[in-house]
Design a binder for this molecule. Structure first.
Ligand SMILES: [Zn+2]
Length: 258
């Protein structure tokens, strides 16, 4: 994969339909984006404090990124590899990224985990209409997660409830991220897996112990303990959780950032 020639991004202008989509999405979806992160970014764009960058990989992808001051552009080389790994879709992949600075954090003990604590993007399954990402943190992991949905890779069959489908997609998103991040080098992948497998166990443990996340009827299970459930289905045993103080509710170890 990394031995293939690197694709070259070209600058572009966000077209009116993309801006209309961004405006529309900023005004909707408040049941998931409870802190109104998209709306804040859109308001910043309108008043000139959030800059817009548009880049495209001809025939493959377009990215419209709304970046508040101090938020870095995505790792374009890495994102090109993500699109290259998925390959061309019927229409170019379209991504709109509201890069809100809102790290995922555990709330106070006892509180349930809701979409506002964990979600950061969405798309339509089996569609290249658009992938919307609304946090700076873990944007690449979210990009891969949403592309798996958009690429129609959700499990099919009535036994696959939404939480189970989400858990499977999230497991694969993290594995694909490790594969790309390690550039196919086995030792690097192993090192990242050790870090990530501990991260999953530790995060899930805190979610269970302090935030009532026990089974697939609890909202965050689909992204947290659901992963461990899917690994177990594949016969992969995660390490025991460690007794550590943890505030971050990122899904992946920081070394997996692109
Ligand atoms: Zn999902």
């Amino acid at each position: 994969m990394w031995s293939l020639p690197a694709l070259r991004w070209e600058p572009c202008e966000a077209d009116p339909s993309e801006l209309a989509a961004a405006e529309r999405e900023a005004a909707t979806g408040a049941e998931f984006d409870k802190h109104g992160l998209k709306a804040k970014i859109w308001a910043g764009y309108k008043d000139g404090t959030v800059k817009l960058i548009c880049k495209r990989l001809p025939g493959l992808a377009r990215v419209v990124a709304f970046l508040p001051e101090g938020v870095k552009e995505p790792n374009w080389d890495f994102w090109a590899r993500v699109f290259q790994w998925f390959g061309p879709a019927k229409d170019p992949w379209k991504v709109i990224w509201f890069a809100a600075r809102a790290p995922r954090e555990f709330p106070d003990p006892g509180q349930d985990l809701g979409p506002e604590h964990v979600n950061g993007g969405y798309t339509t399954v089996c569609s290249t209409d658009g992938i919307f990402i609304y946090r700076e943190e873990e944007a690449t992991r979210v990009l891969i997660h949403e592309m798996l949905h958009a690429a129609c890779l959700d499990e099919k069959g009535s036994q696959w409830t939404i939480p189970l489908k989400e858990a499977m997609i999230e497991m694969w998103a993290e594995l694909v991220l490790i594969a790309l991040k390690s550039r196919g080098q086995t030792q690097a992948a192993k090192r990242l897996w050790v870090k990530q497998s501990h991260w999953v166990s530790d995060t899930n443990e805190k979610a269970r112990e302090e935030h009532n996340e026990n089974d697939d009827t609890d909202y965050a299970w689909r992204y947290l303990s659901g992963r461990a459930h899917m690994y177990a289905e594949y016969g992969i045993i995660l390490p025991a959780p460690r007794q550590i103080e943890k505030r971050s509710l990122r899904f992946t170890h920081p070394d997996l950032d692109a």
